[in-house]
Design a protein around this ligand. Structure first.
Ligand code: SF4
Length: 235
């Protein structure tokens, strides 16, 4: 994120709020640009706003948002430690699946958010956002396996709403969230000297929070990194 980024970020958010580029603008109450720490190292990307999100103009504030908040809490994070956004910024009617044309039209906003926020780890929530990065791959086979994408880690997990429809997926989602601190730590700077240092999880470039249980890149907890090995010193 460069020095001009805060202004760029605000400009982008205002653009999204007033966007009329696709027909979804006609039925929305509010566009939902996203929220959280714009300096975060971890960014969550869902599918599209639902009823509650449309009413409040905020992402993940309904039942699925409660699940996401709970998952974050299990690893010691709150929603303002991370950034939370969606593929689509406006609610599709009756929560139907996004149309390809809508995704294409809205995609540049998400691309700009990723450029500005510059997260090291992108967590895709559900199949639609995973499909942005790895089109045609099944979420059921890919979830919980970190991938490399343009210098970042993309980590696919089930959408929190899926656990509301199928409670058996909840422990699966919890298991995947437990891998996140290790993924963030994979981007920690290399130690300059050889002195042992307390483990640190980097939550954003503006602040750090000590966490006692980082997982090494190759531990069973983190699991294998797919496509390319993660590189250190990128944070
Ligand atoms: S969904 Fe995206 S492209 Fe369509 S009106 Fe909303 S912000 Fe604009």
């Amino acid at each position: 994120m460069n020095e001009a980024a805060p202004g760029d970020y605000s400009t982008l958010i205002e653009e999204i709020k007033s966007c009329t580029l696709c027909p979804l603008s006609e039925g929305r109450t509010n566009a939902v640009p996203g929220e959280g720490n714009p300096l975060a190292s971890i960014m969550f990307i869902g599918e599209a706003p639902g009823f509650n999100e449309d009413r409040q103009g905020r992402p993940f504030v309904g039942a699925a948002g409660g699940v996401l908040d709970n998952m974050l809490a299990t690893i010691g994070l709150g929603r303002y430690d991370v950034y939370i956004g969606n593929m689509l910024k406006c609610r599709p009617p009756d929560n139907r699946d996004p149309k390809p044309s809508e995704m294409d039209t809205c995609r540049p906003y998400l691309d700009r958010q990723i450029d500005l926020i510059d997260p090291k780890v992108i967590v895709t929530l559900g199949r639609h956002s995973f499909g942005k990065f790895f089109p045609g791959e099944a979420i059921g086979k890919s979830r919980g396996r970190p991938r490399r994408w343009r210098g970042r880690t993309v980590f696919p997990v089930y959408h929190p709403a899926a656990t509301l429809h199928n409670p058996r997926l909840r422990p699966v989602l919890e298991e995947d969230f437990r891998k996140l601190p290790g993924l963030i730590d994979d981007h920690a700077p290399q130690e300059v000297d050889k002195q042992p240092a307390p483990p640190v999880v980097h939550l954003g470039r503006s602040f750090e929070t000590a966490t006692p249980q980082p997982a090494p890149a190759t531990s069973p907890e983190t699991g294998p990194v797919v496509d390319q090995p993660l590189q250190g010193g990128l944070f």
